[in-house]
Structure formats: C-alpha cells, structure tokens
Design a protein around this ligand. Structure first.
Ligand code: MG
Length: 474
C-alpha cells in the first residue's frame, strides 16, 4: 500500500522501477552453466546472505567477480560469529582473531552458531567457500586474508561490552573496522586486477572515507533499531550536548534538541562526501564504477532524508523503492553521481535552520560539495548564479561567517569602494571648477591636446598676455 501511494505521489519513480525490473541488462552476466558446483553454491550463499550487494557483485567484471564475492562471504561469516550473542565470549574471541588462518585450512567449518543466527548456514558451509577462496589469484587471497585479520582483531576489541563510542576518534575507529577496511580491501582488489589505476592500492585514506560515509549514514538512520537492540554508535561527545541519555533523544519534549543532534551527526558524515566524489572520479572500469557509486548515491539520499527528521527517533527511515531504482539506473557516470550529490546537498541546505548550532558548518559542508562539483565538472552547475553562490560560500568559510553575513560584507565593501571613488572624482571636479573660476582655459588645453587650430582672437590674446608677462618680468 505504501509503495502504491509513493508511486502515485512520485510517478517518475514508477517508470524507474519498470525500467529496472524489465529493461535492466547486467553489464557482465554470470554464466552459471559454465561454473563448477562449489562456485555456484557460493553464489547461492551470496543470494541468501546479502540482499543489496548480491546483484551488484554479480555484475562486476569476470576478472573481479569471484574475488569480491568470496571477500563478501568471508566477512559476512566473520560478522555472523561476531553478532552471535549465544556464543560464549571465551569461544568467540579466538575464532574472530584466527578467522584469517581458518580460511586457508581445507575443510574448516563453523557449526557452533545459535540456531536462530541468520547466516548460520554460511558458517556451516565455509569449507565450500574455502575451496573457492584457494582458487583465487594469490594477490586476491592475500588482500582477503589481510582484511579478515584486521577486521577480526577489531571485532574482538569491540566484543568487550565496556567499550563504547565516546569521542569522534572512537566513531572513526569503529567505522574503520566495520566499513573502512572493506573499502581498503576493495581498492587493493581493483589495483591488483589491473582494471583500475595501481594507485588505488595506495589510496587508503580515500578508500576508508568511502566506507565511513556509508557507515556513518547507516548509524544515523539506524538509531531506533540499534536502541531497541540495546546498543548505540552515536558518539557520546555529540549526543551528550543535547540530552542526558541517548534514549532521551526519542522523547517528544526533546524534539528540537534531538533534531539538532542529527545535524551534528550529519556534519560528521558529510565531511567524507568530497572524498567519495574524488575516489569515484578516478575509476575507469564501468562495472567497478557502478559497484562503488550505487551505495554512495543511496547514502547521500538517505543522509538528506534523515537530516533534521524527527521520524529517525521513532522508526527506520528509508528512501523510497522508486528512488533507489532511479539511482541504480543512473549511477553509471560521474556526472549523474555529482548531480545527485549536489541535489541532496541543496535539500540539506534548504532544511538547514539558523537556530541550529550546526547551521554554519552544515552550510559550509554543502557549499564544499557544490564547489567540488563546479571545480571538477563545470558543465553541471556552472550557471553564473551558482558560481557566485559557491564563491560566496568559499569566502564565508575562509572568513568564518555565514553566507548571509559574507554577502552583506561584500555589499558593504562595494559601497565603501563606490564612496571613495565618488569622493576623489568629486574633489577633482571641484578643483577643476575652482581653476575655471580663476581663469583656467580648458578650451586652449583641449585644442593643444587635440592639435586643432586655435581661433585667431585666442592666438592674439595669448601673444599679448605672454608679452605683457615679459614686460612685467623686465
Ligand atoms: Mg556485526
């Protein structure tokens, strides 16, 4: 019912859904009939475990498809162990810490998960995943093993329930373990495949930002769900400014403080937006671009949806299905992605409110996205008005003002310059007038300047006056 109502209100999205369901043709299609049983089973496990990633992974270039699929399954299995609250901690920690070794051992499986654990079957069939892992190129295996080791360590660290996210550094550290590392691993896979610039294997900060932008958006969106599960990833240094307890943000009487808290969380996530655009701008393989771009456009759309939205405290707010299809259909080039980022930055900017303590920072971050797009992709937004707006944003950021203050300061400066010019022009004219009153002959000066003949009477006057001056001098 909700979907039908959405489609009536947004008819263009109905077209996007039809386009995706009927006309979407995978860039690279798998050929299951030519795959061995174990590889086919791995793709079945992928379908069972991942809703959103399965389709995009399967459309990757054949060079990368299996490696990314195995990478996903290994990390999903690791996460299943981490999430299982029925496992005693003294059993869980060594499994998490040694998982990167287990994936190299023929026949290893893990059958100790609780009966209700969603991806239990994947852990039971890890021997099949390991068989396919070992068929990957050694350089792909090395990347998967390295990331698995680091992530296992991180998960073991966060299994300690006394550890909570307090500072922004804690938030970045947590997001690095659960998402940034995935970005780093994928970049190294791109570089090793030869389909992308080798530099991607070294761009660890940008790769980390790709993961952090997605994860931080999810953390804001999942406030309610996480709270109901008895956990939170909103850093205390942020929420404690707006409420005594994280759960108090959901109380109606705290609504205005709570939506300001979302703004500060949004600021923190938006910091990564230009890194995301920069990362995407360097990709050259179409399937890799689509794979990386789709989650990012979804994330910026989600971020603009949750921004100052009190519904976040009551339910899991999600973008409409039609909107998602529109973005999947379009996220095949940098221009579209940049347009989506600019569109949502403007939506955020429109809903920004001067009473919000984060008002200025939000304006600056939205301006930074526009500025990036104008600098890198001029045809999209380079109307004179938008260029002027972005430049005012840039100056405002530099001078620590709001855009309105900067515009007023620009106007004041123009008035001062006009007054100075008018003063000097007026003074010059006044002096010329006084000189004329005292007998200055501008007509003679003009004639001399232009080289025209002077009138006879004037020549006589000139001779007489020069002679009389000579007499006076004598
Ligand atoms: Mg987990």
């Amino acid at each position: 019912m909700g979907l039908i109502l959405d489609l009536i209100l947004h008819p263009s999205e109905a077209q996007a859904i039809v386009q995706y369901k009927v006309w979407h043709e995978p860039l690279h299609a798998r050929e299951p009939e030519n795959e061995c049983d174990t590889l086919r089973r791995c793709y079945e496990l992928l379908d069972l475990t991942s809703r959103s990633f399965s389709a995009v992974i399967q459309e990757l270039s054949p060079e990368l498809r299996d490696a990314v699929m195995i990478f996903y399954l290994v990390l999903r299995a690791l996460d299943t162990v981490e999430d299982d609250m029925t496992l005693p901690i003294e059993r869980k920690l060594p499994v998490l810490r040694n998982f990167h070794e287990y994936i190299t051992q023929d026949g290893w499986t893990f059958k100790e998960n609780g009966e209700n654990e969603k991806d239990r079957q994947l852990c039971i069939e890890m021997d099949t995943v390991i068989l396919e892992y070992k068929k990957l190129k050694p350089e792909y295996q090395a990347v998967i093993k390295d990331i698995c080791k680091e992530m296992g360590e991180g998960m073991a660290y966060y299994s300690d329930e006394t550890i909570s996210v307090v500072t922004l550094k804690d938030l970045d550290k947590y997001c690095h373990y659960v998402a940034g590392l995935v970005g780093e691993g994928l970049s190294r896979l791109w570089a090793n495949s030869g389909l992308e610039n080798k530099k991607y294997g070294e761009l660890m900060e940008l790769s980390n930002s790709m993961g952090l932008f997605l994860q931080k958006t999810n953390i804001i969106r999942d406030y309610r769900e996480d709270l109901d599960d008895g956990r939170t990833f909103w850093p205390k240094c942020i929420w404690s400014k707006y409420a005594d307890d994280i759960s108090d943000l959901a109380k109606v009487e705290n609504q205005s403080a709570a939506i300001n808290c979302i703004s500060e969380m949004t600021c923190n996530a938006l910091e990564h937006a230009t890194d995301v655009l920069l990362y995407l701008s360097g990709l050259r393989n179409q399937s890799v671009f689509n794979f990386c771009a789709i989650p990012q456009v979804m994330a910026i759309a989600s971020l603009s949806l949750v921004f100052r939205n009190p519904a976040v405290f009551q339910k899991n707010v999600k973008i409409r299905k039609g909107q998602a299809c529109q973005m999947i259909n379009g996220a095949t080039n940098l221009q579209f992605v940049a347009e989506v980022f600019v569109k949502h930055a403007r939506l955020i900017h429109q809903r920004n409110h001067p009473s919000d303590p984060n008002f200025l920072r939000i304006s600056q971050l939205c301006g930074k996205i526009e500025q990036w797009v104008i600098d890198v992709i001029p045809p999209i937004s380079a109307t004179p008005k938008q260029v002027a707006w972005a430049r005012a944003e840039e100056r405002a950021r530099h001078n620590g003002m709001t855009v309105e203050e900067q515009k007023q300061a620009d106007k004041d400066m123009k008035i001062v310059i006009a007054c100075v010019v008018a003063f000097w022009v007026g003074l010059g004219l006044l002096m010329a007038f006084v000189a004329w009153l005292l007998g200055a002959r501008y007509d003679l000066a003009w004639a001399e300047l232009t080289g025209r003949d002077m009138p006879v009477s004037t020549v006589v006057e000139k001779v007489v006056s020069s002679q009389s001056r000579s007499f006076e001098e004598l």
